[in-house]
Design a protein around this ligand. Structure first.
Ligand code: GAL
Length: 678
């Protein structure tokens, strides 16, 4: 059975979830019957209900109306459609903010947000917290035993629109958190380096959330504010979880993540989930969107490696919230859905079931469009629903990655700090720089927190791990010492957990791994391209940043490449070194594609490996393997609007086409094949 981490099976073995957000409160009663009929036609088996229904469930304070939602669940249950029942806490009703106006969050300038959209609450506000708890308790009590219930869904996209509040409630909660963390104001002063700019505190009561300041705020304060906020949201989530699980402990619980959302430390959050779920809206107008979407899914799969994950939201075609909303091209929705499944998802759902008639998202695509079944989208979603009606032989197979990208939220928060020598050093750019060439090589990567066991991996990529704690660094060192390989980029090992610089040549507790001494750093001018020359005379280039590295001494590394142009000509830029039984490649600049490939070529786990089956792909085709004890399933996905071919070196069986696959496998525009091997 799937999702066996919790008692009741959410779905029979091998079956996948398919469906979307269902908001029946936006429609007259007679539409509901049609909805259920069409859901069956589309192969929908799970819908998220109640997500923004607070005002309909509690129309005035303390008066509850659950009859309508029970009727919806009855209709769905009778039709065999499962319910992912959401708590409505992401959108407090107007009575609430009218009666308790200080629930509304405050921005860093002190302006209060108004009612009129959603996510308009301060997570630390006591009135919000008690009213949120009460509606969650009512949801659990009224519907927790309904037979249609398959999953609990807390809130919606925590910290999405208003990640940071600066109100007095938030300030008080921040101060208490700091007192718990540091114990004394002296320890706080020490941690925050408050001797700088006369910021020394004499009492916790003087500490403010980082409201608007004349110039750069204290970076350690900013970092703690981010830690505190992620934990404050988590605390509210855990309260919801406790209520929901008390009512029905046997069904899995999730909350929908947003991939690379900076505000929340999803590694910490994912430990609390039975199913990790995510919302993914790649921009069809961005040529890198398939690759970035793959990276999103690899992150999500990696957040809690012991539980299943699903796509909770994607769009059937357009979103409405970009400046210019390009639709998915025909077949793209299916291709991107298979991308998630290829990368391990146990289901794909959409926002939303029926396109709204009014409201901010009325021009966001849905399964049922304004033009109804006549819309080409309907043909696509019903086709995919039929295809995924299962059971799928590959649905329980696992994605196994031999290499991982080391990533932490604390580092992300700190590395983008305004005290950085390069404010344009963005974590996601660093990730993409190291990840995308491997995506193109069909090397599947996990993500790993620097604190988790790293031994399962043969290689680690470490992009700009600026903030690293002593413990995390010891974990990485012991991984290498025992035989692992690490590829570490510039601007790693610079500060401790408080954003205080490790003195000495840069690298701090990672220094033993770095093959040379980094004496200073040089962010390069935007137009600067430096020449990089390799031992064999090959020339590549690098941009953006250059470590000013000393010549390796004694047991330090071997120089594989140097900068040969500009003021720092002669500086080592790529070194290789041994540490214990393992090896390290240090990269002191943003190497171009060819330069980076030369490093990756030296690492066996970063080369297409034995499970590659020797398939030759053409441009724009993605390949991922899901493995079960008996078979390997090779997913090949054409992300282009042109025909592509895959040359199969190892014959297999084309699962979707239901025929043997040998030699050339044609993939039409946005085509997908799943080839079974073994
Ligand atoms: C998500 C959100 C949905 C809907 C969707 C539109 O972020 O959870 O409620 O707004 O975006 O793309």
């Amino acid at each position: 059975m799937q999702f066996s981490a919790v008692g009741a099976p959410a779905m029979p073995a091998g079956h996948l979830f398919y469906g979307g957000d269902y908001n029946p409160e936006q429609w007259p009663r007679e539409v509901w019957d049609e909805d259920v009929r069409l859901m069956r036609e589309a192969g929908v088996n799970l819908v998220t209900v109640g997500i923004f229904a607070w005002a309909h469930l509690e129309p005035t304070e303390g008066r509850f109306e659950f009859g309508w939602l029970r009727e919806v669940l009855d209709l769905l249950g009778e039709a065999g459609i499962g319910v992912d029942l959401a708590t409505p806490t992401a959108a407090p009703p107007p009575w609430l903010t009218t009666r308790y106006p200080d629930v509304l969050p405050v921005d860093e300038r002190g302006s209060r947000y108004s009612h009129g959209s959603r996510q308009h609450f301060c997570i630390c506000n006591p009135a919000y917290r008690s009213l949120a708890r009460r509606i969650v308790e009512r949801v659990a009590a009224e519907l927790g035993s309904h037979q249609a219930l398959r999953m609990w869904h807390a809130h919606n996209e925590y910290a999405c629109h208003v990640p940071y509040c600066y109100c007095d409630h938030h300030a008080r909660a921040f101060r208490s958190w700091l007192e718990r963390r540091y114990g004394s104001v002296q320890a706080l002063n020490d941690a925050w380096g408050s001797a700088f700019w006369s910021q020394r505190y004499s009492d916790f009561a003087e500490v403010m959330p980082p409201r608007m300041t004349p110039t750069f705020a204290n970076p350690s304060q900013l970092l703690d504010y981010k830690r505190f906020t992620s934990e404050a949201f988590l605390e509210e989530f855990l309260e919801e979880k406790q209520v929901l699980k008390a009512a029905r402990p046997d069904i899995p619980l999730t909350t929908n993540f947003m991939g690379f959302l900076k505000a929340l430390d999803y590694f910490a959050w994912a430990r609390e989930l039975d199913v990790v779920s995510t919302d993914n809206y790649p921009d069809p107008a961005d040529p890198r969107s398939a690759a970035l979407s793959a990276m999103h899914y690899d992150l999500i799969r990696s957040l809690n490696k012991n539980v299943p994950w699903i796509v909770m939201e994607q769009t059937t075609s357009r979103v409405n919230w970009r400046e210019h909303n390009v639709p998915k091209s025909p077949g793209q929705m299916r291709a991107l859905s298979y991308q998630a499944l290829a990368r391990g998802a146990s289901g794909v759902l959409f926002f939303q079931w029926r396109a709204s008639r009014s409201g901010a998202e009325k021009f966001h695509s849905a399964l049922v469009s304004h033009s109804g079944q006549a819309s080409p989208v309907w043909a696509e979603v019903t086709q995919l629903g039929r295809e995924l009606a299962g059971p799928e032989p590959w649905a329980t197979a696992k994605v196994r990655a031999d290499a991982a990208v080391v990533f932490s939220w604390a580092n992300w928060w700190a590395v983008e700090s305004s005290s950085s020598p390069a404010h344009d050093l963005k974590m996601q750019d660093q990730l993409a720089w190291m990840y995308l060439p491997l995506y193109r090589r069909s090397v599947t990567l996990d993500f790993a927190s620097p604190a988790e066991p790293l031994q399962p991996y043969q290689a680690l990529l470490v992009p700009s791990l600026y903030l690293v704690t002593e413990d995390e660094a010891a974990n990485i060192r012991s991984y290498v010492e025992q035989g692992g390989t690490a590829v570490i980029s510039f601007w790693s090992g610079i500060v401790d957990s408080r954003d205080r610089v490790y003195l000495g040549p840069y690298g701090g507790p990672l220094r033993p791994l770095i093959g040379c001494d980094i004496l200073d750093v040089a962010p390069l001018a935007p137009a600067d391209v430096v020449e990089v020359e390799w031992e064999d005379g090959t020339k590549t280039s690098a941009t953006f940043w250059l470590d000013i590295a000393a010549e390796p001494q004694g047991q330090q590394g071997k120089v594989l490449a140097r900068v040969t142009s500009g003021p720092w000509a002669g500086t080592p830029v790529v070194t290789a070194s041994q540490y214990g039984k393992g090896s390290v490649y240090y990269i002191g600049s943003r190497l171009d594609h060819d330069g980076l490939q030369r490093v990756y070529d030296l690492v066996p786990a970063l080369r297409p490996g034995p499970t590659d089956f020797g398939s030759r792909l053409t441009d724009g085709v993605e390949r991922v393997v899901r493995r079960s004890p008996d078979h390997d399933y090779e997913f090949v996905i054409n992300h282009t609007d042109n025909d592509r071919k895959v040359l199969l070196a190892t014959p297999g069986y084309d699962v979707l086409g239901e025929r043997p696959a040998d030699g050339t496998l044609p993939l039409g525009r946005r085509g997908v094949a799943v080839v079974r091997h073994g």
